[in-house]
Ligand binder design. Structure first.
Ligand code: 13P
Length: 253
């Protein structure tokens, strides 16, 4: 049994006061749920205030990125040691970081190793561009990204994978449930190949890309989809709560 995990990626949205208010408004209902892991990933400067808000609840905290060195002259960066004091999770290799901030497969691999070394639970993002999708390269791209992320990691340790087709992110044009499920199966296959069938069957894999309260059921009712990584819809309390509540309900039946 894989416990579903729904994560809110606020991206570069919300001031400290706004993040505080948003999380405060969702806390009670989020905490009430069981059978689904709930992770909030606000911007770095809101991690500590949000941690205070969710103290004593079962809600988890995640960062949106990190550097892989433990400390040193890396102006502007945040290290795994710092995050491990505060967070449960860290999102790695988000396509926005790959496209805009130079996160290559090699860097994602270094970050994954660092997160695991310091006890952070990683959410590793993979996904193809529209061009790759239309060119029939999806499977090849996904296999390559998964293989590269785990390069040199000899045993599988609890890592969440997020399948986020780039063409579906922030576009309002989500993938179909069956499309997402098919690619997620490919990811299970890639992990089985690397670490054995057990890893492929137990790894939790989310779908991300224009997830809303209106389409979450389509994804979550797929057998291989274990949750969602939610961007824009996580900034609206009612909408995000509905996504998490629907996930808990569908996966418990
Ligand atoms: P949207 O839900 O806004 O499409 O963003 C998805 C995403 O990138 C989550 O990490």
């Amino acid at each position: 049994m894989r416990i579903p995990v729904v994560a809110a990626n606020f991206k570069m949205n919300t001031t400290v006061a706004e993040a505080f208010e948003l999380v405060t408004s969702m806390k009670k209902r989020l905490n009430r749920l069981s059978g689904v892991e709930r992770v909030l990933c606000p911007p770095f400067i809101s991690l500590v205030p949000v941690k205070e808000v969710i103290k004593g609840t079962s809600i988890k905290l995640g960062a949106q990125n990190m550097f892989y060195e433990r400390s040193g002259a890396f102006t502007g960066e945040i290290s795994p040691v710092m995050l491990a004091q505060i967070c449960d999770y860290v999102i790695l290799g988000h396509s926005e970081r790959r496209a805009r901030f130079g996160d290559t497969d090699e860097i994602v691999n270094k970050k994954l190793k660092a997160a695991l070394a310091f006890g952070l639970a990683p959410i590793v993002c993979v996904g193809e561009t529209l061009e790759q999708n239309e060119g029939g390269e999806t499977i090849e791209v996904i296999n390559r990204q998964v293989k590269a992320a785990f390069d040199g990691i000899d045993a599988f340790r609890d890592t969440v994978i997020a399948y986020e087709p780039i063409w579906a992110i922030g576009t309002g044009k989500a993938a179909r449930g069956d499309q997402a499920n098919a690619v997620i199966r490919v990811i299970r296959g890639a992990l089985s190949k690397l670490y054995g069938d057990d890893a492929g069957q137990t790894v939790r894999i989310q779908y991300g890309g224009s997830v809303t309260a209106s389409n979450i059921a389509e994804f979550i009712s797929q057998p291989d989809v274990d949750g969602a990584l939610v961007g824009g819809a996580s900034l609206k309390a009612e909408e995000f709560l509905s996504i998490v509540e629907q996930t808990a309900k569908i996966k418990s039946t």
